[in-house]
Design a protein around this ligand. Structure first.
Ligand SMILES: C=CC1=C(C)c2cc3[nH]c(cc4nc(cc5[nH]c(cc1n2)c(C)c5CCC(=O)O)C(CCC(=O)O)=C4C)c(C)c3C=C
Ligand SMILES: [Fe+2]
Length: 414
């Protein structure tokens, strides 16, 4: 049978054979791409099925100055996953090979294309197929590196510890947190977002599959967030969440993107701060409306700060209770860019309560001066603490955007 009877030949290959050979050579040679490796690389598909139905064909560019999925309009579904490098891997070349494969796959999937299957039906399929008839649905894939990628037990793991991002540390202890290490931190992180959950899951699943043997999944979380176009989404406490985020690109440059104080390969990148925060929904739902508003210092319906009429009006700190969440966060004088998702995970068997909360994700160029001090202050004094538990954490360096014919973190290694 022909390569794949449902497929049309790819017209917009992301990489030529020469590009891939060049990248493989740059990665130190000797990288085994696997028996079907080059077939996979060279025969990317156009996804023609979407033309016949209402699949969401919107795409977000994968290559660029900054990675996508950060200032990209918030998609409806998000996965955040962390990976650990397999203990058998000591060679940077193996990691570079994985990053080449991940880059190729991400560049393909985010543009609504799929990898073609081999002629040989005795081999497993290259693509798992469940998103074949769906478009890209604004899929973005964002890659990051944890502190433990660079050093572990005091050892420089892959010869790049000298180039560690300046603000990347292990996460410090924060008051009142009850962290589960199994769902915290990790050597690598991948954020996958899309407007169709099946598209996002498909992408993550295929990234996991390609990493096997080099990097193993450590944890993954999935979340959702919906709002009418142009409106701020609401969290599970019913409040508009994300109002104070900077929208202007000059402000985003100051808050999000790293500059000349970082190693060259990290400039134009950012840091992802992560907290999994369980929300004690049952207690919240029994609290009075006015108490709920006092917790944040904002009006529940309009999102306006106390003493103001409209959501985007400036915060007047002394109109809010001293321990109001917004007063404390705003009072640090620091800014972060929040891109959170709500999560639900059925019922907690021990209590019969809902297992639900917020996958708090923020991007900032100086986490040691913003995200971490803010967490410390909120951990100590925030009125919100009565209704929340911080159960997982992470801090990851997100390198600059990937250029065409380059691969993720290439300039860290070369
Ligand atoms: C480390 C920082 C923060 C954590 C953790 C955090 C958790 C958290 N927040 C909400 C809900 C809201 N937060 C709001 C504002 C806000 N929150 C932070 C930081 C953290 N939040 C900042 C920096 C700000 C903006 C402050 C400002 O300058 O005005 C709001 C108000 C609306 C908005 O601006 O988004 C809400 C609502 C929850 C539910 C939560 C943990 C579960
Ligand atoms: Fe907040």
């Amino acid at each position: 049978m022909a390569k794949d009877d449902l497929s049309t030949p790819n017209e917009q290959k992301e990489y030529s054979r020469r590009d891939m050979l060049k990248m493989t050579a740059l990665a130190g040679g000797g990288i085994a791409l696997g028996a079907s490796g080059f077939g996979t690389v060279l025969e990317l598909l156009g996804n023609k099925n979407g033309e016949a139905n209402a699949a969401n064909q919107s795409t977000v560019p994968f290559f660029g100055n900054h990675q996508a999925g950060i200032t990209t309009a918030h998609q409806n579904y998000g996965y955040l996953a962390a990976f650990d490098i397999d203990p058998s891997v000591h060679d940077a070349a193996k990691i570079m090979a994985l990053f080449i494969t991940w880059t190729r796959l991400a560049a393909t999937l985010t543009q609504g294309k799929r990898e073609v299957n081999s002629d040989n039906k005795e081999l497993p399929p290259n693509d798992t197929n469940e998103a074949r008839d769906l478009g890209a649905a604004n899929l973005t894939i964002t890659f990051g590196l944890g502190h433990s990628f660079f050093t572990k037990d005091g050892k420089d793991r892959f010869g790049v510890a000298a180039h560690m991002p300046k603000q990347l540390t292990a996460m410090p202890h924060i008051a009142h947190e009850t962290l589960d290490p199994a769902i915290s931190n990790g050597d690598l992180c991948v954020q996958v977002c899309a407007d169709v959950q099946q598209v996002a899951f498909h992408a993550l699943r295929n990234l996991i599959k390609e990493a096997l043997g080099t990097a193993n999944i450590r944890w993954m979380e999935s979340g959702f967030l919906n709002a009418p176009k142009g409106q701020t989404p609401r969290n599970l406490f019913g409040f508009k969440d994300g109002t104070a985020n900077v929208a202007d690109s000059e402000d985003q440059k100051n808050v999000i993107w790293t500059g000349s104080d970082e190693p060259q390969w990290m400039r134009g990148g950012t840091y992802l701060g992560y907290r999994k925060i369980k929300m004690i929904i049952e207690t919240w739902d029994r609290d009075s409306y006015s108490d709920q508003e006092n917790v944040f210092g904002r009006k529940k319906n309009s999102g306006a700060p106390f003493g103001q009429r409209h959501e985007k009006d400036p915060v007047i700190m002394n109109k809010m209770p001293a321990d109001a969440h917004v007063r404390l966060a705003h009072g640090t004088g620091k800014q972060i860019y929040r891109r959170a998702y709500s999560y639900t995970n059925g019922i907690q068997p021990q209590t019969g309560n809902l297992d639900a909360g917020l996958l708090f994700i923020s991007y900032q160029n100086k986490p040691q001066d913003s995200f971490i001090p803010m967490l410390r202050l909120l951990g100590k004094s925030d009125a919100l603490n009565e209704y929340t538990d911080h159960i997982a954490t992470g801090l990851f360096a997100i390198p600059a955007g990937i250029k065409k014919n380059e691969y993720f973190a290439q300039h860290l290694f070369e």
